[in-house]
Design a protein around this ligand. Structure first.
Ligand SMILES: Cc1cc2nc3c(=O)[nH]c(=O)nc-3n(C[C@H](O)[C@H](O)[C@H](O)COP(=O)(O)OP(=O)(O)OC[C@H]3O[C@@H](n4cnc5c(N)ncnc54)[C@H](O)[C@@H]3O)c2cc1C
Length: 386
């Protein structure tokens, strides 16, 4: 999200520095690996609308960077708890082309996958190369003279000058902020940077970095695990991405580079990992999770060999209702779009964070600090703590 923001901000001619505590392409956060699902199918009109603009921006990034990041293989949603009919209604309302198929027809179209109820298919779905996208965002931002610093950890955030309030009503965001705000960032390595605005897209480290300064909602960090399985027919066309919600809440997708030379399939349970912190997570795959997914593959994906050939962990940073956090508090833009579904929106989040940094209103009332805190009966402090 930070890389996407750097791309968006430099495209608008802003002077940008990117501070990353680890090295390029590290695997200690949420954005490593070669594949994330992109799709239009959301029951919620806010997110559904956002998927459309995000798709356009992904294509702009591909053109700008001269690289392919999207694989448009289509998307399948099925399982009684996924409610494909409701999703189909949402897609119809948004005029997104789709088909609702009986399970027998779906099984004929995609041999190797199993279905037992209605199946939603839409073409405008597939994968994005997550690590490739981060690299492309930063490469293009660098070409536009962003100052990109790796191994540079922000340790202290110091507000400067007269800082705005977020409004006595508890509303946060642009309303009370004056253009004179600024912030000084001090790094663990002894550097100091001063900026009119700072966008904090710190993923699982957000609470460590901003807690005490910004009235954050509770952000639950959890360690997720993903597995790659070989295809029985490695030269067949890739299947669509699949979200299947039944006894297990799973997703699967063509793995890209991490899927090995034969495009093995990435499979995981959504949000099944235990709580942890960015600093204490152990990076170990839970054998029980491996067993559950292997049994799932045996039952539902007969076109795969039910033996994972690699596995990895990754961090979710989730809000209580899975809505993103995108808001401004004084000169600080808070950007926490994860809850396990943020990747597909990355270039749009970059635009939204840039708008916020430039004084724009929060992109969606539900994403504000105030809205998140209101859910648990808290309000946003009216005064920036100078
Ligand atoms: C297993 C898994 C599967 C997923 N699948 C999908 C999917 O299919 N589709 C989808 O849309 N989304 C998916 N997501 C969600 C998506 O990947 C995340 O929403 C996204 O990667 C979040 O990016 P981020 O920039 O917020 O966090 P990160 O990528 O973790 O970036 C935060 C960065 O901030 C840096 N940082 C933190 N603190 C400091 C500091 N003090 N100083 C300097 N740097 C700092 C960190 O080092 C890190 O590089 C998945 C996530 C996981 C974990």
């Amino acid at each position: 999200m930070g890389a996407a923001t750097a791309w968006a901000a430099t495209r608008r001619g802003l002077s940008v520095a990117v501070l990353e505590q680890f090295g390029a392409g590290h695997d200690r956060g949420s954005s490593h690996g070669s594949a994330r699902i992109v799709r239009r199918a959301y029951p919620d009109p806010v997110y559904l609308r956002m998927t459309g603009r995000a798709m356009e921006l992904w294509r702009e990034l591909e053109t700008d960077a001269g690289t392919r990041l999207l694989r448009t293989v289509g998307g399948i949603d099925h399982g009684p708890l996924r409610d494909p009919e409701r999703l189909a209604d949402a897609l119809a309302t948004a005029a997104v082309p789709h088909e609702l198929l009986p399970p027998e027809e779906a099984a004929l179209r995609w041999p190797g996958l199993r279905f037992d109820g209605p199946v939603l298919f839409h073409r405008e779905a597939g994968t994005v190369d997550a690590a490739g996208a981060v690299a492309a965002f930063l490469e293009r931002a660098g070409v536009r003279e962003a100052d990109i610093r790796y191994h540079t950890a922000v340790r202290r955030i110091v507000p400067l000058g007269e800082l705005g309030t977020s409004g006595a009503s508890g509303a946060s965001g642009a309303s009370g902020a004056s253009g004179a705000e600024a912030v000084r960032l001090e790094t663990a390595e002894g550097a100091t940077l001063t900026a009119r605005r700072a966008v904090f897209a710190a993923g699982a480290w957000a609470a460590d970095l901003l807690g005490g300064l910004v009235p954050l909602p509770e952000l639950t960090v959890s360690q997720q695990q993903i597995f790659h399985f070989p295809r029985r027919d490695p030269v067949a066309d890739p299947w669509p991405v699949v979200v299947h919600k039944d006894a297990l809440n799973t997703y699967s997708l063509p793995g890209g580079r991490d899927g090995g030379p034969h495009d093995g399939r990435k499979i995981a349970e959504h949000n099944a990992g235990g709580p942890t912190t960015a600093g204490t997570r152990d990076g170990r795959v839970d054998p029980a999770a491996r067993d559950r997914i292997t049994a799932y593959v045996r039952d539902w994906l007969p076109g795969l060999v039910p033996e994972p050939f690699n596995e990895a962990t990754c961090l979710y940073t989730s809000t209580a209702n899975d809505d993103f956090v995108l808001d401004r508090f004084g000169p600080l833009v808070v950007c926490s779009p994860c809850s396990g579904h943020g990747a597909k929106f990355a270039p749009l989040i970059g635009e939204m964070a840039t708008d916020l940094a430039l004084g724009g209103a929060p992109p969606e009332p539900r994403f504000t600090l105030a809205a998140h805190l209101a859910q648990v009966g808290r309000t946003v402090a009216a005064q920036w703590p100078v």
